[in-house]
Every structure is written in C-alpha cells, then in structure tokens.
Write a protein that binds this ligand. Structure first.
Ligand code: E4P
Length: 216
C-alpha cells in the first residue's frame, strides 16, 4: 500500500519525506487555506521539490470546460501533479477528457460505491473515498472501501483506491487488510503509526542495561 501525506504544510511534508516512506502528497483547498498560502503554484513547486511521487492538486472550477482548463494549467507545473476533481457530473466529463489526453486524475469527495464505479468508468487514475466524514455521520467509512475494492476487482478496473479522510491508525490498518492501493494520512496519524508503548519501554530498558554494563 502506498502512503501519502494529507497536508499542505511544508514542514510536515519534509519531516514525513525524511522518514523515507512517503509515496505522495494530497492537498485540498481547505488544507491550503489552513496554511494561508495564496500562491498555490509556488506551493506545488515546493512540494514537488520535496517529494518525488504523486502530488494531488485540486481544481476549484465546477464546469467541465473550466475544470479541463484549470487542470491543464496545474498539470503543466510538474510531471508528478495529479489533478483532483470533485465527483460531480461536470467533474466526470472532465475526467474522461483529461484521462484520454494522458493527464492523471484523482476523483475526490467519493461517498458511495456507485460513485466509485462512475469514476473508474470515466478513467480516473485514483478515487478518493472519504472514510472519516462517513464515520462522522454514523456510516461505516471502511465498509465503503471494502465495497469499492471488491467491485474494482470484479471488473479489473485500473483506478486505484486512495483511502482519504483518515482519522486514526485503525483506518490505516483496515485499509491495508482490505487491499486498498493508497492511504493518505494526516501528519498526526503518521506519527501515531510509529508509536508503541512497548517499543518505548523496551528501548528505555535496553539503554539502561547498557549504561549499567558500561559503569560496572
Ligand atoms: C484528501 O484527499 C482529502 O481531501 C482529505 O483526506 C479530507 O480529509 P478530512 O475529511 O479530514 O477533511
């Protein structure tokens, strides 16, 4: 399973990249706004300099023609840019056009298996089902991942399943168990994945014992 980081914060991206396990980055307009970046293009260039992998950049247009235009501008910034497009009718039309021209797309805001089928039929490179936001309204987000993985397997769709809106480490573990292709993690969850209390206790004891040996 590929691991992406779900942030527009350059410090977090750099730190995750330094861990040597980052395969890409996902951003969205809210994440960019949170960091206060006004120059989106400059931000994307900086991210692409840090991470050599898929970098998702989201369009803010909502009609097919405008989405295609915006997508082409974003795609021209760097070869690793993947265009994030909302799962609406106009978005699907744009995905069809862009995929036929070899531009990679990440269809975002996916909340149902039927929407995921449409994204695959349109030729999406990635589809982003939002598990946390479904959990938030008492639906089982991970069940959606299981359904999409099964359906894509049934028909041999090439679209990769990117688990998005991750809230905690169990989402990550279940995504891996289900065979999802990618999981995008907030920096906090990435840190939580590393941590285990028995690792900390074990390391403390090893170092103390070593210290005792040296002093004896
Ligand atoms: C990433 O592709 C999504 O935009 C992101 O995971 C959404 O996360 P949220 O539901 O925590 O805002």
């Amino acid at each position: 399973m590929r691991i992406f980081i779900d942030t527009a914060n350059l410090k977090e991206i750099k730190e995750a990249a330094d861990m040597g396990l980052l395969d890409g980055v996902t951003t969205n307009p809210s994440l960019v706004a949170k960091e206060g970046y006004k120059d989106f293009k400059d931000l994307l260039i900086k991210i692409c300099e840090i991470v050599d992998g898929d970098i998702s950049a989201e369009v803010v247009s909502t009609t097919c023609n405008e989405i295609v235009k915006e997508a082409k501008e974003l795609a021209s910034i760097h070869k690793n840019i993947v265009i994030k497009i909302p799962l609406i009718k106009e978005g699907l039309k744009a995905v069809k056009i862009l995929s036929s021209e070899g531009i990679k797309t990440n269809v975002t805001l996916c909340f149902s298996p039927s929407q995921a089928v449409l994204a695959a039929k349109a030729g999406a490179y990635l589809v982003s089902p939002f598990v946390g936001r479904l959990d938030d309204i008492s639906h089982n987000g991970m069940e959606l991942i299981s359904q999409i993985v099964t359906i894509y397997g049934n028909y041999g769709f090439n679209t990769q399943v990117l688990v998005a809106s991750v809230r905690h480490p169990l989402h990550f573990v279940e995504a891996a168990m289900m065979g999802a292709d990618v999981c995008t993690l907030p920096f906090k969850v990435l840190e939580q994945l590393v941590k285990h209390p028995l690792t900390d206790i074990g390391l403390k004891k090893f170092l103390e014992d070593w210290d005792k040996l040296k002093k004896s």
